[in-house]
Ligand binder design. Sequence first.
Ligand SMILES: [Zn+2]
Length: 393
Amino acid sequence: MNLTLRGIGRLLIMSGEPVADAALVVRDGRVAWTGPERSLPADAPAQTLDVGGACVVPGFVDAHTHLLYAGRRREEFVARLAGSAYDGGGIRTTVDATSAATDEELLRLASGRLATAVAHGTTTMEIKSGYGLSVDAELRLLRLIGELAGRTPMRLEATYLGAHVVPAGRRRDDYVDDVVATLPAATAAGARWCDVFCDEGAFTVEDARRILVAARAEGMGLRLHAEELAYTGAAGLAAELGCASADHLEHVSDVDARAMAAAGVVGVLLPTVTLSLRSGAWGHAARLRESGVELALATDCNPGTSWCESMPYAIQLACLAMGLPVDEAFRAATLGSAHALRREDVGHLGFGAWGDCAVLTAEHEADVVAHLGGRAVGTTVVGGVAVADDLKR
Ligand SMILES: [Zn+2]
């Protein structure tokens, strides 16, 4: 819990200017001091990690994942490569596989993915339910997300996504009734957030409004899958309701983007989805940026459209495919994502924040964007403890 990080060639604090030849002191898990190493306080903790001139950044905050699932979607993926369109229908394949898996199997699978994410520098992650699609099955997934928190050093945020797709054989209106009725139990099961997949082939803007208004009354924070497959007006709804974030946004309009900026709705970019779907939809990042929307980055880790636990990979795509400057991509992956989760204690290394950081394998953050297929993170530190450490290997 007490640690002195020394030999930092370049330290990105995010809530302040970068520091060269820096050190960082963590006490009781929190950032107690940052500055030039030559000014390191004499009483700095004896427990020391010398990073040998590497660049150190705040631990990545992955603000959008569907990490808890079983099964693969291999046939769908291969068919898509051969030219089939994605319509969201494959979600039901994952629902079936997830229902068939035991609790222990699901926890084992998700723990493995969390370990991979930690090794890639992620220290805070949002995880959605949504592969249950019945009251009992959704509550089971939320309970398991709570259990996962005890099996990982990572800080987790649980989101209730009962409104992922309409289950086979159910009327949409009836199912929306179920989702609304489940909100108190979802909160009791640990969900801090409520999300709706508002899109063509999923739930309508009116469905989303009903669910999110009820969730807000229940004290939950709001987020929304918006404008991924088609323009529906979901981003405008996110602005109207003051959602913490609207995510995807490939088809967002200029008017709705400006409304999001005015309402303080963070735009969560998921570039690995665009890559995986081969949709070529990269232009919305520039549109959101020009409209003044605060940007976040996330992996959307899921078996159908983004099999990815790596935030550095999302950063590379944000820069190389979406055109974000390097500094903005790193900010989106840390401070922006923390804002998308309305957390002040992560995503930066200012005084009092959690001592969570990623020690890069390079001396400058731009190098990990330029180095394709390389390993971006050498050591991950959570609360002043090195939890994934390859530096010595
Ligand atoms: Zn998603």
